[in-house]
Design a protein around this ligand. Structure first.
Ligand SMILES: Cc1cc2nc3c(=O)[nH]c(=O)nc-3n(C[C@H](O)[C@H](O)[C@H](O)COP(=O)(O)O)c2cc1C
Length: 352
C-alpha cells in the first residue's frame, strides 16, 4: 500500500525508479486532464468539390532544414530507466521508417549518471531523423548552463535542444526545484551560444502568450504549446505519490489552457516562429485541425507509449494511421499541401 502524502513531497528530482513508475502509471491509469483540448469546438468545412486527386495530397514539409514526410513530432517521454532504451529505440525506428521528428525524454539522469546515457541514444537506428535533445529549463537555476546543454545535444547527436517548462509539475512533485525567477534571461543565453537551435515547450498545461513573448525575445527557434486536454502531470504525480484520492489535489486535474485555445492565442502573438501543437492530439483529425488553426507541426506523447513498449512496427502502424487520417482530412477540405491547410480557410468555429 502506497503511503499518502501532501502536495509538497520531500524529494527534489525524479529518480530512475520514478521514471519507470511514470511509464507504468501512464500505461495503467487514466492520466488525462479533466479538460478537453478544445478542438471539438472547430469543424472542417467539408469540400465536396476539392478539385484535387487524393494521391496528390502532400503531407510533407521540412523541419530545421530536414525533409519530413508529415508535420509530426514524437514528443519527449523517456530516458534514464531500464525501460527507456527499448522505448526510445522503438520510437526511433518508427521515426526513421516514416520520416518524422523525435525527441528523447529529459536527459538530466544521463548527465548525472553516465551508465544511463545509452538509454537516450538512437542514432544507430535512426541516423538521419531530426532528433531533439531534452532538458528541464528550471535546472538552469540549479547549476546547469551552456556546458550541460551542449552535453545533452552531443550525448544523442541532436539537431536541436527542446527545453521544457513545468512549474505546475514541479510543485506537485514537491520539495524543491521551484525557483523559476530569471529563467527567460538564462534561456536567452543558451539560445545565443548553443551550437543548435533551441525549442521551448510546456508539458501539458499550455504556454501562455506572456511566456511566448519572453521566449521569442530570448531567441528561441520554435515554441511547443503543449496545452491541456491530454496527459496531466498533476494526475501522474498524484498516482506516483499514492495520494490520488486526496480531494484538495484534484482541483488541479483540469488545470491549464486547452491546446486549441492556447494555440490560437500563441499564433496571434508570435507570428514569425513556428508553433508546435501538442497536448491531447489523439488522431489525424486533431492534427489537421491544429495545422488549420496555425500550427506548423504537431506533437504526440502518451498514445505512443504502449506501442513503443511493443515494437517499432507497432509505433509505425499507429503514426502511419494518423498521417493517413491527416491526408483524408486535407483531401476532404481541398488542401493539397500543408501550406494550403495552414491558410486556415477550411476550418471554422462551431456555432452554438
Ligand atoms: C510518460 C511520459 C513522460 C514524459 N516525459 C517528458 C520529458 O521528459 N520531457 C518533456 O519535455 N516532456 C515530457 N512529457 C510530456 C510530453 O512530451 C507532452 O508534452 C505531454 O505529455 C502532452 O502530450 P500528450 O497529451 O500527447 O501526452 C512526458 C509525457 C509522458 C506521457
Amino acid at each position: 500500500m502506497k503511503k499518502k502524502s501532501s502536495v509538497i513531497h520531500q524529494k527534489t528530482k525524479s529518480s530512475s525508479q520514478d521514471k519507470k513508475e511514470h511509464i507504468r502509471i501512464c500505461l495503467e491509469e487514466n492520466v488525462e486532464s479533466l479538460n478537453t483540448t478544445g478542438f471539438e469546438n472547430y469543424c472542417f468545412i467539408n469540400n465536396p468539390l476539392p478539385e484535387i486527386d487524393f494521391e496528390d495530397v502532400d503531407t510533407s514539409c521540412s523541419f530545421l532544414g530536414k525533409s519530413i514526410s508529415a508535420p509530426f513530432i514524437i514528443s519527449p517521454m523517456t530516458g534514464g530507466c531500464d525501460l527507456s532504451g527499448k522505448i526510445n529505440h522503438n520510437l526511433a525506428m518508427a521515426a526513421r521508417e516514416l520520416g518524422v521528428v523525435m525527441s528523447v525524454g529529459s536527459q538530466r539522469l544521463g548527465l548525472e549518471d553516465p551508465s544511463l546515457i545509452s538509454s537516450f541514444q538512437v542514432r544507430d537506428v535512426a541516423p538521419d531523423i531530426p532528433l531533439l535533445a531534452n532538458l528541464g529549463a528550471v535546472y538552469l537555476n540549479y547549476g546547469y548552463g551552456l556546458e550541460e546543454c551542449e552535453r545533452v545535444v552531443d550525448m544523442i547527436g541532436a539537431d536541436a535542444l527542446m527545453l521544457y517548462l513545468n512549474p505546475m509539475q514541479k510543485v506537485f512533485q514537491g520539495g524543491g526545484n521551484i525557483k523559476f525567477r530569471g529563467l527567460a534571461e538564462k534561456i536567452g543565453y543558451i539560445c545565443k551560444h548553443l551550437s543548435v537551435p533551441v525549442i521551448v515547450k510546456e508539458v501539458g498545461f499550455g504556454l501562455s502568450d506572456s511566456a511566448a513573448m519572453l521566449l521569442k525575445k530570448a531567441g528561441v527557434s520554435m515554441l511547443d504549446v503543449a496545452g491541456s486536454g491530454g496527459t496531466s502531470w498533476v494526475k501522474i504525480t498524484r498516482y506516483l505519490k499514492g495520494d490520488f484520492s486526496a480531494a484538495a489535489n484534484a482541483h488541479f486535474d483540469g488545470w491549464g489552457v486547452p491546446t486549441a485555445d492556447a494555440l490560437i492565442s500563441l499564433c496571434e502573438v508570435v507570428k514569425d516562429i513556428p508553433i508546435i501543437a501538442s497536448g491531447g492530439i489523439r488522431n489525424g483529425v486533431h492534427m489537421a485541425k491544429a495545422m488549420a488553426l496555425g500550427a506548423s507541426y504537431v506533437g504526440m506523447a502518451l498514445p505512443l507509449l504502449a506501442p513503443a513498449m511493443e515494437s517499432g512496427e507497432a509505433v509505425t502502424k499507429k503514426v502511419k494511421g494518423m498521417i493517413n487520417e491527416l491526408k483524408v482530412a486535407m483531401f476532404s477540405c481541398g488542401a493539397i499541401d500543408t501550406t494550403r491547410l495552414r491558410e486556415g480557410q477550411c476550418i471554422r468555429k462551431l456555432r452554438w
